[in-house]
Design a protein around this ligand. Sequence first.
Ligand SMILES: CC/C=C\C/C=C\C/C=C\C/C=C\C/C=C\C/C=C\CCC(=O)SCCNC(=O)CCNC(=O)[C@H](O)C(C)(C)COP(=O)(O)OP(=O)(O)OC[C@H]1O[C@@H](n2cnc3c(N)ncnc32)[C@H](O)[C@@H]1OP(=O)(O)O
Ligand SMILES: CCCCCCCCCCCCCCCCCC(=O)OC[C@@H](O)COP(=O)(O)O
Length: 435
Amino acid sequence: MPHITVFLTANLKSFGGTEGDIPKKVFGSNRLRFLIVARKRHLQKKNGKKVNDQHFAMELFGLLKTQFIFHLFICYVFLVSGLIVNFLQLCTLPLWAINKQLARKVNCRLAYCVSSQMVAVLEWWSGTECTLYTDPESYPFYGKENAIVILNHNFEIDFLCGWTFCERFGVLGSSKVLAKKELAYVPVIGWMWYFLEIVFCKRKWEEDQKTVAQSLQRLKDYPENFWFLLYCEGTRFTPKKHKISMEVAEKKGLPKLKYHLLPRTKGFCVTVQNLRGTVTAVYDSTLNFRNNQTPSLLGVLNGKKYHADLYVRRIPLDSIPENEAECAMWLHKLYQEKDEFQEKYSLTGRFPGPTVSPPRRPWALLNWLFWISLLLLPLCLLLLQLFNSGSAFTIFVTVAICIAGSLAVRWMIGQTEINKGSSYGNKEGLLNNNS
Ligand SMILES: CC/C=C\C/C=C\C/C=C\C/C=C\C/C=C\C/C=C\CCC(=O)SCCNC(=O)CCNC(=O)[C@H](O)C(C)(C)COP(=O)(O)OP(=O)(O)OC[C@H]1O[C@@H](n2cnc3c(N)ncnc32)[C@H](O)[C@@H]1OP(=O)(O)O
Ligand SMILES: CCCCCCCCCCCCCCCCCC(=O)OC[C@@H](O)COP(=O)(O)O
């Protein structure tokens, strides 16, 4: 109880209360009662109606979610559990030589332990909602076949929304992406991807041509259903990158796009070529957020609720041309259609067709709660022992480790931020550079 009182007092202003709301000589739970009454009065004034206890509890929970201490704890659980998973993945190395398919299955489950934590934070902590616009005839295929997913790349958490859909259709552990090589070095996620056989590229075609094709060939006998995600734009949308890519479009005689960068076609063509016979369809996916929201991972950590709309069209792989030039033109045409969908969304606030909200499954939450309960006790014991020891040196070292850990996670979160993105696509043609 005392810590809640301290917390509420510290946040009195953001709670809408004033110092005058709490009599000076009232302490403990009585002080808490005064604080709650002050907050309820503020909410009542704001909403113009009586505030019930449930509404008040939700408000309080919302405020708790913005507290840095909780973010630190979430990141601690993510980092430590992630490193444990990385270690376990390393232990599966001998298994690859004995039973490759079993090793792959084990690694899918281990990867799920990590990625589903981020999904749990999105779905259960921030309460973000995801609506799927799709043809009911395609729905039964989702999660039951291998597919190439094409997605627009405008949002900092678009990959996380993708993961949420993977989770809801049961392919989260096994799903793949054509990712830039830099991500392979990101602790936890990048290291985990190595064992998931994620396909990496340097975004230099001369070097990627061979390695990407080889990595794709390895997926031919993958033992689990997977979605292979391709961000054909190759980089995240910024006004500068858009302007340059439209100059390229003009030079190539292609129609201009308003909401997308000009797609890079080589990765798509090589993927279709190498996964023919392994995947059965392309899921053309267009993502947007309601009310022009610009979601971020920090927003999600702060408990901010977003509403994602995803429009998915299932296109059988057989209908995509085999010839490379035709395949490239097919992709350009697809992006012109995607641009029209975005235009309609910006005018009407919705995509075409019927909607469905595939339900959240409990597994991501259960996995997260498992790691929280496993790692909370050791943390408490460590902190207790530390402060009981009274050794200034030990306390200093622990604080230094905590600061280093926090900076590492902040750097990882930075990888998702568009303003810290690469300069790829900032310069036309051969002048591209990835730094
Ligand atoms: C039911 C539910 C359905 C769906 C649910 C949704 C999703 C869930 C699915 C799966 C989830 C799984 C995992 C997700 C988890 C995390 C993902 C995280 C992030 C990773 C993402 C990335 O890292 S994106 C970056 C890397 N990927 C790519 O770049 C892919 C696209 N790129 C290519 O294909 C490239 O061709 C390449 C990389 C293979 C090679 O790169 P290079 O630069 O060498 O490209 P090109 O040779 O193509 O470039 C030269 C050609 O491009 C023209 N050009 C030059 N300048 C520009 C410019 N500024 N804009 C556009 N085009 C330009 C140039 O003229 C050349 O043209 P050519 O005609 O000669 O080709
Ligand atoms: C449980 C929740 C804990 C949250 C705290 C932990 C945060 C850890 C975050 C790790 C995130 C690492 C995953 C990286 C995915 C980034 C996807 C992405 O969008 O990459 C950008 C590239 O496509 C293109 O790069 P640019 O050329 O635009 O530059």
